[in-house]
Design a protein around this ligand. Sequence first.
Ligand SMILES: *[C@@H]1O[C@H](CO)[C@@H](O)[C@H](O)[C@H]1NC(C)=O
Ligand SMILES: *[C@@H]1O[C@H](CO)[C@@H](O)[C@H](O)[C@H]1NC(C)=O
Ligand SMILES: *[C@@H]1O[C@H](CO)[C@@H](O)[C@H](O)[C@H]1NC(C)=O
Ligand SMILES: *[C@@H]1O[C@H](CO)[C@@H](O)[C@H](O)[C@H]1NC(C)=O
Length: 408
Amino acid sequence: MRFVSQDWMFLSVALVLFIPVSQCSSAASENNVKTAVFLSPKIELTPGFISNKMYYDVEFPKGHVAIKSFQAELVDESGKSVPLQQTYLHHWIVLKYQQPKNVSNKSQTGIIMERNSGMCQGEILDQYYGLGAETRGTNSNIPDPYGVEIGNPSNILEGYDEKWMINVHAIDTRGVEDRMGCIECKCDLYNVTINALTGKPLSPSYKGGLGCCPDNAQCRLRKDFWGPKNVLYLKYTIKWVNWDEFVVPVKIYILDVTDHLKISYKSTGMSIQHTCKVEYQVKPCKKSHVGSSGCVDVNRASVPIKTGGYVIYSVGHQHVGAIRSTLYGQDGRVICNSFPKYGTGMEAGNEKGYVVGMSTCYPKPGSVKLFDGEILTVEALYNNSIERTGVMGHFYILVAEKLPHHHV
Ligand SMILES: *[C@@H]1O[C@H](CO)[C@@H](O)[C@H](O)[C@H]1NC(C)=O
Ligand SMILES: *[C@@H]1O[C@H](CO)[C@@H](O)[C@H](O)[C@H]1NC(C)=O
Ligand SMILES: *[C@@H]1O[C@H](CO)[C@@H](O)[C@H](O)[C@H]1NC(C)=O
Ligand SMILES: *[C@@H]1O[C@H](CO)[C@@H](O)[C@H](O)[C@H]1NC(C)=O
């Protein structure tokens, strides 16, 4: 294995010093691994407010390359990490698209979104990368010789360029009445009457989630609280290598615990409809059970993977209240257990009561094989001693369809 952790630590220290107050990039290379630190456009937030914006044509490594890791976090104008108690990073996602060459660079005219390899359909969980509050404490390195292939000229349409878009959803919780309620997007805390997901008036049964957390909504503040406007950036650090014949590509799949398949039979054959809702509500357990080991909400979904391969990396994504998430193979074997790590302090990366990391799985390449059509089950466990809204249970897996020659 060609790991460069020490060089990489040195590089990141050197690069941090270069972060100016606007978008920037800088690249360095060691053992062919290049590293660049980029900043999103600026994100302006006043207390209680949400910023949920799409940034088109963001900076990204150019050319035919293999991405080896993608880390991200919110920083302020001086480049300092912003703790979650101040600004909660609900999620960031990175999407790939193709853009006609004859339109201006940030334009959306004529763009074609390109989703990952599965499992949902359409523009749901179609990102290449994405995490939330746990981003600082979650490893995203892909071991050699594997990588996420991008910029392959033969996959780019004639007359188009490959581009990248980032969506950042951040919630400023300075001075709010109920910090945990605000980060769970509880409807009764926000000045929202229309469900942002459906465009329809809020229904009383919808207690919270992305529908109540649109851009520019405000979570209720404590009386008389005032705070200044903050300017933040999503700082993202990408490691990559140039593409060559020795790199083995991995495919990206995201499973969602709300994906309960609708199967229909037509004359043309069986059709499978995914129902990914991205998030869900957890009902509280009986009051008499609170504090006991019985207050656990278990949610599961089973979906087939069309083309199998070897699992190289996997990680769950969950919110506060998470106990664990697990990915199972069709025979019930555990492919990965991913556990949340809760912070214990005040500082960025260790915020008390928040999920500050998710454990990852790196099976020895070749040891975890998925067969074509294998039905995978994703399971998410939450502590339901209280009601929770807008929780998630996703599993992100990287699958190599072949192993490098020297392994066979
Ligand atoms: C770009 O080219 C396409 C295809 O030739 C054409 O349909 C479209 O109108 C052009 N757009 C602009 C903004 O020139
Ligand atoms: C627009 O995007 C193209 C393709 O990525 C790039 O070559 C060009 O320099 C960009 N133009 C501007 C003005 O940023
Ligand atoms: C919420 O209130 C703020 C402050 O009054 C306002 O600027 C914002 O547009 C409101 N948001 C929604 C979604 O109504
Ligand atoms: C759930 O959280 C409550 C309150 O923090 C705690 O008392 C209980 O032990 C937890 N239950 C489980 C199963 O983790």
